[in-house]
Design a protein around this ligand. Structure first.
Ligand code: ADP
Length: 209
């Protein structure tokens, strides 16, 4: 495990190095630990794609875990609202947790709207080059709103929900993601295949996986 760039609040905290290193875990797993970060509007397909990619990887014997926005907000981030400040803190915590999983040799798939470019870039900056694979789930808001998987767009339009991404809160699309998938029109299978290929290309997965 590598030391965080964030210094601890207490000066009496001493780092302890593990003997079971990340390299040993990865050798055992036969794949790299990594963070595959899905970003996009609500209803764009982040959760669906993250879980479908996880299913494919799991069937190949990979160690995986999905960190999902709504689930995290039940526990770790249950104290946070959707204000800009709390969204930033939400992504900071998720980034730290994802990094721990990655260092345990796991392929972490995160499904968070993560609307602010700076927050995503901060997580990217917390890990090594090539360990953060940003996947932009690009679906037009009209498609997301028609799907309205959780009925949230209807509530946001009615003013029942405030700070709703795409309607009353901004979404900043990635400038230079590792991959853009057209989750508004392409099939799920195609998006899964593109994500796996992006991971192979970066050496996270062996060619055969
Ligand atoms: P999000 O996690 O981004 O809020 P969800 O995954 O909950 O979105 O919902 C996306 C919806 O879009 C699902 O009903 C899913 O079946 C559908 N969908 C259609 N095409 C795709 C695709 N190519 N990738 C992902 N989801 C898709």
């Amino acid at each position: 495990m590598t030391q965080s760039s964030t210094p601890p609040a207490s000066s009496n905290v001493v780092w302890h190095n593990a003997t079971v290193t990340r390299a040993r875990r990865e050798a055992q797993n036969q794949h790299k630990g990594a963070i595959v970060w899905f970003t996009g509007l609500s209803g764009a397909g982040k959760s669906t794609l993250a879980h479908a990619v996880e299913e494919a990887l799991h069937q190949q014997g990979c160690r995986t875990f999905v960190l999902d926005g709504d689930n995290v907000r039940h526990g770790l981030c249950g104290d946070l609202s959707f204000s800009s400040a709390d969204r930033i803190e939400n992504i900071r915590r998720v980034g730290e947790v994802a990094k721990l999983f990655m260092e345990a040799g796991v392929i972490v798939l995160t499904a968070f709207i993560s609307p602010f470019r700076a927050d995503r870039e901060r997580v990217r900056g917390m890990v090594g080059h090539g360990e953060f694979v940003e996947v932009y789930c690009n679906s037009p808001i009209e498609v997301c709103e028609t799907r309205d998987v959780k009925g949230l767009y209807k509530k946001a339009r009615a003013g029942v929900i405030s700070d709703f991404t795409g309607i009353s809160s901004p979404y900043e699309a990635p400038d230079n993601p590792e991959l853009t998938v057209n989750t508004g029109a392409a099939t799920l299978d195609n998006c899964v295949a593109d994500t796996l290929e992006a991971m192979r290309k970066r050496g996270i997965l062996q060619r055969s996986l």
